[in-house]
Design a protein around this ligand. Structure first.
Ligand code: ADP
Length: 487
């Protein structure tokens, strides 16, 4: 008789199927002596194994027994080969009475098979939920989160444990939180499928709209044993609807006036610098020409600079026109590390002069983002200039940190300063809001428009240094709508 531990889930041919005419699970009994030799065997057992106990009553039973005398009773799951080499699972229980040992054997093939099929089904279900193109989580009948697929944890930037400890509720939009919780409780008590639409906060603090479809799983008695929720991102659809509504309302007189004011303010802000440079270079040119001996070389240099300034102004106007006309943005694969380095080279003289330590954390492996090079440069330049200006009047050590790292399908860039800080982060994004004597209050709103046109998000927050940290996200190249990409 051969015995081994079981290692796969192929359904064995059970002893029950072969030996129990009633279909009941039979017990078999074997009695062995102190030498571990079989003295008696249930007649039903004869057909189970590859020998006949009756024919060979002295056969060793060592496979059943632990060390004689050590334990009075022991139970364990084993595999036995039945006659003809077919194996089956069995449970053997040993009882010792003096020198005589009685072994009760039970065929547990059906039970084992059911257990293994159950865990295999659960594994299949888990794999399906992980590959579903949506956010899926399950809850117990009382609402505790039991499972969440990877898309949920990555989207929210929270672990399963954090979700269980209130992280899920925390990710709901404050405007909707109470009504969502109320209607969830009502729907749970009805035990029926239901749907909702609400916003959830992504890891980068952006809220996105979801359609939520919730299904109960019930047992034979009709009681809910688990709730399944599938969340589908409908933010872009809602955005399109919102933008349609906005466009319609912009047709009104008031909106038109506001747009013209914004556009005018933006143009003044953006081109005033190249215009001033043009005037200066024109004056320099006149100076060299009006000398008693005109210096044509210097005059020519000044005119060349003037022409270049004019070209810069033209490019800025072109960019602004595109931005405000909402013409489709042309997106190319961009290396953010390179853009940050270029911007830092441009402000190098300022950071040196102001004794600002610059700390760049740009991983080599940072993937490319999809965007317009000039516009992203403009955003970085604006945020870096604001950071430098915010440190001009502080005594604390001046430090500017720029970090970029991948988060899900985005690259997140943070610009942190040790400056004076921001009293109200909502107001500073308002058009024309400024606290600077020569400020225009257009930098941050324009930066935000640019980043939102890139399908990203820009926001500010207090920094632990006492200053501010401005963060923006830009989608990875390849993750945005194919129609807008120019590789
Ligand atoms: P401007 O720089 O022309 O004022 P912005 O829109 O760029 O326009 O900024 C608006 C205001 O936001 C600034 O005047 C300043 O008060 C505040 N601000 C922007 N960045 C920072 C920063 N890093 N630290 C402190 N305040 C800032």
């Amino acid at each position: 008789m051969n015995m081994r531990r079981r290692s796969n889930i192929t359904r064995p041919q059970t002893a029950k199927a072969l030996h129990s005419p009633t279909g009941m699970q039979p017990d078999y009994i074997i009695t062995v002596n102190a030498e571990k030799l079989i003295r008696f065997a249930d007649p039903a057992i004869t057909g189970m194994f590859d020998f006949s106990v009756q024919e060979r009553p002295g056969t060793s039973s060592s496979f059943f027994l632990t060390e004689p005398g050590k334990e009075q009773r022991s139970t364990g799951d084993l595999i036995a080969y039945r006659k003809g080499g077919v194996d089956f699972d069995m449970e053997a229980t040993r009882s010792q009475f003096g020198a005589k040992t009685t072994i009760f054997i039970r065929d547990i093939g059906d039970r084992k098979y059911a257990q293994e099929m159950l865990s295999s089904n659960e594994e299949n279900l888990r794999l399906t939920l992980e590959t579903i193109p949506g956010l899926v989580y399950t809850q117990s009948p009382s609402g505790e989160i039991e499972y969440a697929n990877r898309r949920v944890t990555e989207f929210l930037g929270k672990t399963l444990m954090e979700l269980r400890c209130g992280g899920w509720i925390d990710a709901l939009h404050p405007d909707e939180k109470d009504s969502i919780l109320r209607s969830t409780i009502e729907n749970f008590s009805l035990g029926q499928p239901y749907t909702m639409e609400y916003r959830c906060r992504r890891f980068d603090k952006a809220y996105r709209w979801f359609h939520i479809s919730v299904q109960p799983l019930k047992n034979d008695r009709g009681e809910v044993i688990r709730w399944y929720s599938l969340l589908t991102d409908i933010h872009d659809r809602r955005d399109a609807e919102d933008s349609l509504r906005r466009t319609q309302s912009k047709l009104s007189q008031a909106a038109q006036v506001a747009t013209v004011t914004e556009l005018a303010a933006a143009i003044v802000h953006e081109i005033s610098q190249p215009l001033s440079a043009m005037i200066t270079n024109g004056q320099v040119c006149l100076h060299w020409l009006s000398a008693s001996q005109p210096d044509l070389v210097e005059a020519r240099d000044a005119v060349e600079r003037l022409v270049q300034d004019g070209k810069d102004a033209r490019e800025i106007i072109k960019g602004l026109r595109n931005l405000f006309k909402r013409s489709p943005l042309q997106k190319y694969p961009l290396d953010l590390k390179q853009i940050v380095n270029e911007v830092m080279a441009l402000v190098h003289c300022r950071t040196e002069k102001e004794h600002i330590a610059v700390d760049l954390q740009l991983p080599r492996s940072l993937p490319k983002v999809a965007g317009d090079r000039i516009q992203i440069q403009q955003v970085l330049m604006n945020l870096v200039s604001n950071a430098i200006e915010a440190m001009q009047t502080t005594d604390s050590p001046r430090k500017l940190s720029i970090r970029a790292f991948q988060q899900e399908e985005m690259v997140l860039t943070e610009i942190e300063d040790h400056g004076i800080g921001v009293p109200d982060f909502d107001r500073i994004f308002d058009t024309l809001f400024t606290t600077k004597e020569s400020g225009m209050g257009m930098g941050l709103p324009v930066c935000r428009s640019i980043i939102e046109a890139h399908e990203g998000r820009l926001w500010g927050a207090p920094s632990s240094s006492g200053g501010a940290v401005f963060s923006f996200t830009v989608p990875l190249f390849g993750s945005v709508h194919a129609g807008t990409i120019f590789a």
